[in-house]
Ligand binder design. Structure first.
Ligand SMILES: Cc1ncc(COP(=O)(O)O)c(C=O)c1O
Length: 436
């Protein structure tokens, strides 16, 4: 009798499953800035999990808050019932968002936050008598999650073409700002702000009055850290305002301190109408996302709604889950007490120098950073995009460094609790993996 592998049932997302089964790389525990592999090896976490754990792993304060919350009130369906922790979490987030973005809607993932923002944009314009605004704009190389609205916004080929013609809203894409001169940029590159004029061109072609919203990752993440050129976001804001288009910053990666400020909006001094956030909101200890909207949007959709009952037909069973809200409040407490965003800002300079120093390694074709987020591009294998990135991150795991590769870019996003000496270790291991 043959015994089938009991591990065969688990289908890993965004993973080459067949290869993974042959050479699995699993974690068994985590603490601080380290993971431990199944074999018991200590692995430095260079990605904050996946941008999720900027306070380090296993924070007891957050775990305790979740535990206590589950024993007090474990579940409260968000449709027609509220609870203290949800009010508190929303209020605490609104303290951090730019002035005016003070109404908060909860979801469970970045993808859900994006879908929520899309639906809010359409509903908002309809409520204002501008229901003709049915078009969306995003950018090439953009990543806005995996649900169909977000896939429509996506500008990464594999995320779209795998599913045939992408259904959903009609989306037009601006060009990205990852032009050759920006491949090795530290911080905001000087070149490329003129690419914002693509939006004006789309307004000319399709009518700005027909566009509902523009979705932008302030720093494009999943394609490998593309910071906005100087003046770029300002110009996008200007064009949106001129045409009455909502500007959505998808801050699933940049939100909550990654750029040394609560949000990229503050880091770059540009205020959008909507911000999506997730990952760092609970330090990765509970799934949670949020959408923050300008009070004008809430006012239109809720306070001035013509609907006699439900004003916005949208939500998730687990929206504002008590355990997630407790985790968010405890996380935001720590950010405040430990001045975490300031710590991130302080570390950014050394971090940027470390990323930049990778440029001279043979086979490195790009090295960029912004705040505590960086990317190093490795030379692609002919005909197999993503192969070089995948193999490099596998090798790095064996050298004691965890990070995520996206295509052929290695994403590096240490916890805000790293010391300069932890950063040194990170870059030593990274260099060893890239040179080896
Ligand atoms: C900018 C952006 N939006 C949306 C998402 C989707 O988030 P999730 O994987 O939590 O659905 C991500 C994930 O990395 C992201 O980077």
């Amino acid at each position: 009798m043959t015994t089938a592998d009991p591990k065969r049932h688990y289908w890993l997302p965004f993973t080459p499953n067949r290869e993974f089964r042959a050479h699995p790389q699993n974690f068994s525990r985590a603490e601080g800035i380290h993971y431990w592999s199944e074999a018991g090896h200590e692995i430095l976490d260079a990605s904050s999990g996946l941008f999720c754990t900027p306070l380090g792993h296993g924070r007891r304060e957050i775990a305790d808050a979740v535990h206590a919350q589950l024993l007090q009130l474990d579940f409260a369906g968000a449709f027609i019932r509220g609870h203290d922790r949800a009010f508190e979490a929303a209020e605490r987030i609104a303290r951090l968002t730019p002035a005016g973005l003070d109404h908060i809607f909860f979801g469970n993932s970045g993808s859900e936050a994006v879908e929520t923002a899309i639906k809010m944009a359409f509903a908002y314009h309809r409520a204002r008598g501008e229901g003709q605004r049915t078009l969306l704009v995003s950018r090439e190389l953009a990543y806005h999650g995996v649900n169909l609205g977000g896939v429509g916004l996506s500008g990464i080929r594999a995320n779209r073409t795998h599913f045939g013609a992408t259904p959903g809203a009609v989306v037009h894409h601006m060009r990205h700002t990852g032009i050759p001169t920006n491949r090795f940029a530290t911080g905001q590159p000087e070149a490329g702000s003129d690419l914002a004029e693509d939006l004006e061109r789309l307004c000319g072609t399709y009518g700005g009055e027909n566009i509902a919203a523009v979705f932008v990752e302030p720093v494009a993440g999943s394609i490998g850290c593309l910071a906005p050129p100087v003046g770029y976001l300002e110009r996008i804001r200007e064009i949106c305002t001129a045409h009455g288009i909502l500007l959505v910053f998808d801050e699933v990666i940049t939100g909550l301190g990654r750029l040394g400020h609560p949000f990229a909006a503050q880091a770059f001094g540009v205020t959008p109408d909507v911000i999506t956030m997730a990952k760092a909101l609970t330090n990765g200890m509970q799934p949670m996302s949020a959408v923050a909207v300008q009070s004008e949007i809430y006012q239109t959709l809720v306070e001035e709604s013509e609907s006699p009952l439900v004003e916005f037909f949208h939500g998730y069973t687990y929206s504002g889950h008590p355990a997630a809200c407790a985790a968010a409040v405890a996380t935001l407490d720590i950010y405040q007490e430990e001045k975490s965003f300031e710590l991130a800002a302080k570390l950014s300079k050394t971090f940027g120098e470390g990323i930049s120093a990778m440029s001279n390694i043979q086979g490195v074709t790009g090295a960029r950073s912004c705040g505590l987020f960086g990317a190093v591009d490795v030379e692609p294998v002919d005909g197999q995009p993503g192969r070089a990135g995948y193999e490099t991150q596998k090798k790095l795991f064996d050298l004691g460094l965890h990070l995520k590769a996206t295509g052929d870019s290695l994403l590096i996003a240490p916890a805000f609790t790293f010391t300069p000496s932890d950063l040194e270790t990170l870059f030593e291991r990274l260099r060893a993996g890239l040179e080896g």
